[in-house]
Design a protein around this ligand. Structure first.
Ligand SMILES: [Zn+2]
Length: 93
């Protein structure tokens, strides 16, 4: 099981559909680098690592190659990854 492996084709088509061809809001150029890796955002706990507590947001960074402005797109909502089975209790409310 490679749950973390993302579906790049699905992600790119999501970007094309929702993002279109918009330029960078910071510098106005239109050169984006789409990461092929999923990253995690977790709640800040004063620098302490809290295990198994709190939701983790899977994100895929899209970075402007001119100015470095980075846009984080949710990996689940974009269809890049499937919802992990062991995270259902964290996601459903
Ligand atoms: Zn930029």
């Amino acid at each position: 099981m490679e749950e973390k492996k993302m579906n790049t084709d699905k992600f790119i088509s999501h970007l094309n559909q929702k993002w279109g061809n918009k330029p960078c809001p910071m510098c106005g150029t239109n050169n984006w680098n789409v990461s092929d890796t999923v990253y995690e955002l977790r709640e800040f706990h004063g620098g302490n690592l809290v295990l198994g507590n709190g939701p983790i947001i899977p994100i895929i960074p899209v970075t402007c190659t001119n100015c470095g402005n980075s846009i984080f797109v949710n990996a689940l909502m974009s269809g890049a990854i499937e919802k992990p089975k062991n995270a259902e209790n964290e996601q459903s409310k």
